[in-house]
Design a protein around this ligand. Structure first.
Ligand code: HEC
Length: 290
């Protein structure tokens, strides 16, 4: 017992020393608000999951160990959106992937009824990767991006009648084009729902005529994909407005690969510009009933 408290005391004094350091010299990952939120949510899930594994190990319940570990395996990484893969450094991604693989291995061994002590060793080795990564990297918000978001919100206020804080843009790409939804965060917010519907119906009509001046006012005239969309003939790009219970949506459909590509580029540009006011829809659009 004494030995443990001595170790704890040493560890605490070590921590105090590192607290005293003047500045954070870990490599900076410059992310948007939304990206930071995405990474940190995954982190909290990792912490929850490791706690569950430890609790199951203490009960020597290997079925629960396996289930908790599996939830942190490569499947977790695959479920996460992959747009961050291009933004985060390669070494960072490798470290993360190898940690997910460790959890898959723990799940396999727990299913095969490995001794709890062996699993503890594996978990300890895996958690070395948590520590290694935390020692190497810190997240910083890209301030240029923040300024851009404010600018977009400001320009948007003149063009979009609804409130960006009370609503959410959801952009979902599909093989035939994509769907742009604007929905309220609070389903009882009927005032905002009306504003969303009126605005989306109006711009859908404008888009059908090749008039994209509204989004261009917010995001600039050089948005990726915009030129191709403007020049699309009505029979090449179908644009449909539909009401949703919690807002409205515009569906874009085309059989021309170049137009579909342009539309996806245009979606990406709006997503990155709207940052925390917008999300990609592949997992979210199912939430909304028509
Ligand atoms: C590949 C890199 C990497 C790995 C591996 C990693 N993390 Fe993180 N984690 C980070 C970064 C970067 C941050 C943000 C640190 C900062 O900005 O100071 C973070 C933050 C966190 C946070 C804070 C979350 C919040 O809401 O503020 C927790 C908790 C966390 N990690 C838990 C874990 C656990 C548990 C593991 C291992 C099972 C782990 N992480 C593995 C990179 C990693």
């Amino acid at each position: 017992m004494k030995k443990i408290s001595l170790a704890l005391a040493l560890w605490l004094s070590g921590t105090t020393l590192s607290f005293a350091e003047e500045s954070d010299t870990r490599q900076e990952l410059l992310l948007t608000e939304a990206q930071r939120h995405h990474v940190l949510s995954e982190m909290r899930a990792l912490l929850d999951g490791t706690q569950q594994i430890l609790s199951a190990l203490a009960d020597e319940d290997m079925t629960r160990v396996a289930a908790s570990a599996e939830a942190l395996g490569l499947n977790m990484a695959h479920k996460a959106e992959d747009h961050l893969h291009h933004i985060l450094p390669k070494e960072f991604m490798h470290l993360g992937m190898s940690l997910h693989e460790d959890f898959d291995q723990i799940a396999v061994d727990a299913k095969n009824k490995a001794a709890p002590k062996q699993i503890l060793h594996q978990l300890s080795a895996a958690m070395g990767k948590c520590a290694a990564c935390h020692n190497a990297y810190q997240i910083r918000i890209d301030n240029q991006d923040k300024a851009r978001l404010d600018e977009v919100a400001q320009h948007g206020a003149h063009v979009m009648p609804f409130d960006l804080e009370q609503t959410l843009h959801v952009f979902s790409k599909s093989e035939q084009g994509g769907v742009q939804q604007v929905i309220v965060k609070d389903k009882t917010n009927t005032g905002q729902i009306e504003l969303i519907r009126a605005h989306l119906a109006k711009i859908a009509d404008e888009f059908k005529r090749g008039d994209y001046s509204n989004p261009a006012k917010i995001h600039g005239d050089n948005m990726p994909g915009l030129a191709a969309l403007r020049n699309a003939r009505p029979e090449q790009l179908q644009i449909d407005y539909t009401e949703l219970a919690d807002g409205a949506q515009i569906t874009y459909t085309s059989d021309q690969p170049s137009l579909i590509h342009a539309l996806h580029q245009w979606f990406d540009a709006q997503l990155s510009d709207h940052a925390r006011h917008a999300i990609t829809g592949h997992q979210h659009h199912l939430m909304h009933d028509k």
